[in-house]
Design a protein. Structure first.
Length: 529
């Protein structure tokens, strides 16, 4: 953005933004920041595109898209800018800098918009030229001399710059180094004009321009008509309108392109993950089909049990089918023949329950893959229903941090489950109230589960306790069992073991040991979005 145009723009901004509340701050792309302003219920945006190449500042009625994950810089700016008011505007326009006082109090601090170096905060403007660094214990930034500036030179906040004679401007190619308001576009235009024409144009620029603003295809907005540039320019009556149009053409498409690339990359990553999930699901289906096939062996053992000693422990046994054909069955020698038969019936029953769930999961994955292939973007996660299962979302009881699964019992109680050892540790030490119920699979490893209660006297229905017990068992060593045993205790009686790995606890007192039947589809039924 050319310095003389910046001069006119910052002169118009107080009428548009003074007294406005900074409602939101975000960064839709690298070196691009958006301040969403609220002035009497009418919201608009101030968009900053910073850097050494084509920086600009413009008001916009169209807010660029807000990315889902703010950067650390944006989070820091939100802390110090949001809910503050733009009360006073002071410009150092030759250096393309604007300072906004953040409140009516003279000591409220300033937000400094420097189109070349960035967006900063300062307590006071009466300091040498500086960049700003985050101090260890201060709400505002402290000064540090910039390496490319003279630390003894005074700031020119609100001051008028010195204009050298036209002859010096035409003669000295790098005059912008000592007079930054004599920009290369201004000097190039003056060189192209006869001197008798260049002199009054130069005087008009010194006075602030002719009252009209021009945008050419190859340049940003200017305060003069440049005959050296191709094509007829767009002409605007105000600097704010010209800046908004330049920003719409120069910045907003680039921001949208960045957002589109981010969404496309996310879709590509999700597509790869779905392919991996589908491959793992195929392996699981193959395993379940293998388990289901064991029912035939179990039926053969059952039909021949009268010929055998059911309490023998052998590696293999010969049996006859209904047609008299002999079959040799491999057995687990650690178990009796009867136990081998019962185990195969049990595994076949598990496979029979698991195959419909795997089928529904496959349909969900394939539908999401088809949606991504059709649109090129991530599809919206469908709500959970009997015909459209979904894995539990990662969220915590305090705002959705990753590490926990959230469920809602059939009776409406909130149930939290840790996803890993660190989450289990946080579940016990941070998320649990003393009167919450804690559950964990008995006699082996597994995840921690909490049933959240509103107060110590609140009754929890038996159905909710059994559902929480099944959720704990599904993520434990008992996941393949038909009947499960789960420990139930009050959270106040569960304590981490000092020096032990995260997630290991000692239980001072048990309420009971819950025994219930496994329900593999319960996670999908109770998942909350």
């Amino acid at each position: 953005m050319e310095a003389s145009f910046f001069r006119c723009l910052v002169a118009e901004l107080p009428a548009l933004c003074q007294g406005a509340l900074i409602r939101k701050v975000y960064g839709p792309a690298a070196e691009v920041f958006v301040l969403v302003l609220d002035r009497g219920g009418l919201a608009s945006s101030l968009v900053l595109s910073l850097g050494r190449r084509n920086p600009c500042l413009f008001p916009s009625s169209v807010t660029p898209p807000n990315p889902p994950s703010p950067s650390a810089t944006v989070m820091w700016l939100r802390r110090h800018l949001q809910a503050r008011r733009c009360m006073e505007f002071v410009a150092d326009w030759p250096n393309r800098r604007l300072a906004i006082r953040l409140g009516p109090d003279p000591g409220a601090g300033w937000c400094i918009i420097d189109l070349r170096h960035g967006l900063f905060l300062a307590l006071d403007l009466d300091d040498p030229p500086q960049r700003w660094i985050i101090p260890p214990q201060s709400g505002f930034l402290q000064p540090s001399p910039a390496p490319d500036q003279d630390p003894q030179a005074p700031l020119a906040w609100g001051a008028s710059p010195d204009w050298p004679p036209l002859e010096a401007v035409l003669r000295q190619e790098d005059i912008w180094r000592t007079h930054p308001h004599i920009s290369p576009p201004l000097r190039r235009m003056l060189l192209a004009l006869p001197q008798d024409v260049a002199q009054p144009v130069y005087a008009t620029v010194q006075a602030g321009g002719c009252g009209a603003f021009y945008i050419y295809e190859t340049t940003g907005p200017l305060v003069w008509a440049d005959p050296t540039l191709p094509g007829p320019p767009q002409v605007f009556a105000s600097a704010a309108e010209a800046a908004a149009e330049a920003g719409r053409v120069q910045v907003l498409p680039a921001v949208v392109a960045v957002q589109h690339k981010s969404e496309t990359d996310a879709a590509s990553a999700r597509r790869k993950r779905l392919s991996r999930n589908l491959k793992a699901l195929e392996q699981e289906e193959s395993r379940l089909l293998g388990l289901l096939a064991q029912r035939d062996d179990a039926l053969l053992l059952q039909a021949n049990l009268f010929r055998l000693n059911s309490q023998d422990k052998v590696k293999r046994v010969k049996v006859l089918d209904a047609h008299g054909v002999e079959h040799l069955l491999e057995l687990d020698p650690r178990l009796t023949i009867a136990e081998n038969m019962a185990r195969r019936f049990r595994q076949a029953a598990k496979a029979e329950r698991g195959l419909p769930i795997a089928k529904m999961r496959r349909e969900t994955i394939e539908a999401e893959r088809a949606s991504i292939a059709e649109t090129g973007h991530l599809s919206v996660t469908p709500s959970v229903s009997a015909g459209n299962p979904s894995r539990p979302q990662c969220a915590s009881a305090r705002g959705g941090a990753e590490g926990f699964r959230i469920f809602r019992s059939s009776d409406g109680f909130r149930i939290l489950q840790g996803k890993n050892s660190m989450a289990n540790h946080k579940l016990v030490t941070r998320e649990a109230n003393p009167f919450d119920y804690w559950l964990h699979a008995a006699d082996g490893p597994g995840s921690h589960v909490l049933i959240k209660r509103d107060h110590a006297g609140q009754d929890v229905p038996r159905r909710t306790i059994e559902e929480a017990a099944v959720l704990a068992a599904l993520r434990s060593w008992q996941a393949q069992e038909g009947k499960v045993r789960v420990l139930l205790a009050l959270a106040k009686d569960v304590h981490p073991i000092k020096g032990a790995p995260p997630g290991q606890v000692r239980v001072e007192k048990l309420v009971e040991t819950v025994q219930t039947l496994m329900r593999p589809d319960l996670e999908m039924q109770l998942t909350t979005s």
